[in-house]
Every structure is written in C-alpha cells, then in structure tokens.
Design a protein around this ligand. Sequence first.
Ligand code: 5GP
Length: 257
Amino acid sequence: MARRRQLYEGKAKTLYEGPEQGTLVAYFKDDATAFNAEKHDVLDGKGVLNNRISEHIMLSLTKIGIPNHFIRRLNMREQLIREVEIIPVEVVVRNIAAGSLCKRLGLEEGLQLQRSIVEFYYKSDELGDPMISEEHITAFGWANPAEIDEIMSMALRVNDFLMGLFAGIGIRLVDFKIEFGRVLEDDVMRIILADEISPDSCRFWDISSNEKLDKDRFRKDMGGVVEAYQEVAKRLGIMPEATQQKRTGPVLVSDQS
Ligand code: 5GP
C-alpha cells in the first residue's frame, strides 16, 4: 500500500490523509490508555473490535438521521471518515452514576439518574480534560449558542437510540463520550458527530449481572478487556472473524438471559 501522510497520532487512533479531498483514514490501534495516559498497555485485537463496533453504531445512527463522519470501513483496522473541524469539547451523556460523576459528587456507582445528564469537558490532554460549562464554550469561542443547542439535541438523540439498541442485547448504557465537528456543505456550516463510539468511550453493563463490558475493566485492572469487547461485538451480531479464534484468557460473561 502507498505510504500515506500521517496527520495526527492519538492514544487509540492514528489519522492519515484520505484518498480524496475532505476525507481521512482512521487507523484503530490496540493501545489502551487511562488516567491521561499514565496507564498504558497494548491489548491484542482491541483496535479491530472498536473499528467494527464503531462502524456498526455510526451506520445505525446514519439510518435514523444523525449525521456523522463515517463513510465506510476500509479493512479490519481502518475506516474512511469525513474530515471535520473538530470542536474541542468532549460531550458526556450519563444515565447511571459511575466514574468521575461518583467521585465528584460522592455518589454510589450504579445510582439510576432521574434524567439523563449532559456534561461538557474541554479537550486538553495537558489539562486532563477539565469539566466546563456552556458559558466557557461560548466565551472562548469553541462553539456558539446555536451550535451548543444542536450538539445537546444530537447527544440526547444518540443517547435515546443507543439505550434502546443496547437494552435489546442485554446491555445497560451507563454513560458515553462523543465529539462533534463542523463541515461545510453547500456553503452552510453543519455540525456532525465525529470520533468513535465503542467500549473505549462508553460504559456498558450486562443487564442481569452488572458485569462491566467496557474500558473500566482496563482502568480498574479487572482483566478480560478484549473478551468484554468481543462480547459486545458478538451481541451486536458483528463479531469480526479474525478475533473469533479461541482465546485462553478468562471466560468473562455468562449470558444469564
Ligand atoms: P468519566 O467522566 O466518568 O470518566 O467518563 C464518562 C464516560 O465518558 C465514560 O464512558 C468514559 O469512557 C467516557 N470518556 C470520558 N473521557 C474520555 C476520553 O478522553 N476518551 C474516551 N475514549 N472516553 C472518555
């Protein structure tokens, strides 16, 4: 394959120049990081699974009219995406208390929230992605009020859809992080969903056992990380062939339904 120009190397993905104007190639790595990259490991097969899971979710979102950057999957580890002007804000939607929400407010993990909560964080590795408000976003010019409304509305639509999708396969959608970007279409600037949606960026709990099926297994040294991602892919009906070989690690999930 011809060498492509690398544009950006992130913790879990590398972005290359795409074959056509306005496109990029996202390469999904096996690297896993947590706590602002203080913890790092390479998890064999994670990139392949996230590429497939994110593809499946983005295509499903396209079908219900949520515009996103996904164009098509190129191979096991790469997908072609639209180039966007990324908005430097991580949008987190929460349905159940976990992670930093519990830490910040002293809540017990697993508390069902009365309503879904949308939070914003400034995308900055140096600062450790600090939490911000709409006021910060507009004051620093990261997005205008109309764009924030659009982002909030899209984030809640994504949440409604994903909650239903995952409930149907016995998984509770605890929370997730998404990102948005701008694209110019017919001289109009539009906001579309960008980045990935995968067990790296979501918390998934098995409905019957509450077993964690996401990156918290890595963050908390629970083991069975790739097996958990495989379980999510299997339930979505998209288990990639290359990761289907028998593994010798612990058997993670017993489907009790
Ligand atoms: P928390 O704020 O509780 O750490 O994370 C909330 C949700 O957003 C979790 O599902 C977590 O995986 C996701 N999330 C938060 N920050 C990041 C990030 O920088 N990268 C990724 N991949 N996911 C994140």
